[in-house]
Design a protein around this ligand. Structure first.
Ligand code: HEC
Length: 229
């Protein structure tokens, strides 16, 4: 079902994860709310607290689709691999949701311009910093080595599915098992067998995810560009 969703996006020409497009909303809204609330506190302008209240309500509503798309991206692009950044995010995102809900509730209870919600805004801010940090780690740790134009298709598949764990041909989860000089890259059959049935925690990539033709492009890219054959 999840793969169908991404297949439709693919046919429309969209190949990227979806979560990054949504995540800036709750993050920006929470940071904005805290800044405005602090200005209200410093300059003693209670009425300025009205805007952060609306920002927090919007962040609370936006956090649900953002989490859903995050889980879908995690399943599709990372094979649901249970690695540290995802563990942290899976814990912190529900905490943020509860904190946002609490902020919305307290605002209703004490009135929109009450300073009592400020500590909760601050805790929401801390949660988005943690989420943003680990999201950034997932996005930017993946360096993809560029090669000649003819390996571009394989390079795209590599950056979509492999770079996070194998940046530059290394291995972030098992540093003693880098792609470089791996015996499993000796030929296409070994390679296909491995990506279809790898050892955990590497997720499997069945033909629905990476077709045989794509596996050939991927193998060409890895063996020529990363291994520099
Ligand atoms: C979630 C992290 C993760 C992703 C994503 C991932 N791998 Fe791996 N990969 C690993 C881990 C961990 C190992 C070591 C497994 C073991 O043998 O213990 C590994 C091992 C390998 C090896 C064998 C290295 C050796 O000699 O032992 C190859 C080849 C490989 N991966 C290719 C790929 C390709 C191609 C992709 C993308 C289609 C990919 N991997 C995606 C984590 C990942």
């Amino acid at each position: 079902m999840i793969n169908d969703f991404y297949d439709i996006l693919n046919t429309l020409g969209y190949h990227h994860p979806f979560h990054p497009t949504e995540v800036h909303m709750p993050i920006g809204l929470v940071v904005g709310a805290l800044i405005l609330a602090l200005v209200a506190l410093i300059f003693r302008r209670d009425r300025l607290l009205l805007t952060p209240r609306y920002l927090i309500i919007l962040a609370f509503l936006w956090v649900f689709p953002t989490m859903l798309l995050g889980i879908m991206d995690w399943q599709h692009f990372y094979g649901g691999a249970f690695i540290l950044p995802f563990k942290v995010k899976l814990i912190t995102a529900p905490i943020l949701t509860v904190l946002l809900g609490l902020a919305v509730f307290l605002g209703r209870r004490y009135g929109s311009t009450s300073m009592k919600v400020l500590p909760v805004y601050f805790l929401c801010f801390c949660a988005v910093v943690v989420l943003g940090y680990f999201g950034g780690q997932l996005t930017y740790s993946g360096r993809t080595i560029s090669g000649p134009e003819k390996y571009m298709t394989g390079q795209k598949i590599f950056s979509a599915y492999c770079t996070t764990c194998h940046p530059g041909g290394g291995n972030t989860l098992a540093p003693d098992k880098p792609l470089l000089h791996s015996p499993l890259l000796k030929n296409q059959e070994f390679f296909n067998m491995w990506i279809r049935h790898p050892a955990s925690p590497m997720p499997a990539f069945p033909p629905e995810k990476i077709s045989d033709a794509q596996a050939r492009d991927l193998y060409d890219y890895i063996s020529h560009v990363i291994m520099g054959k």
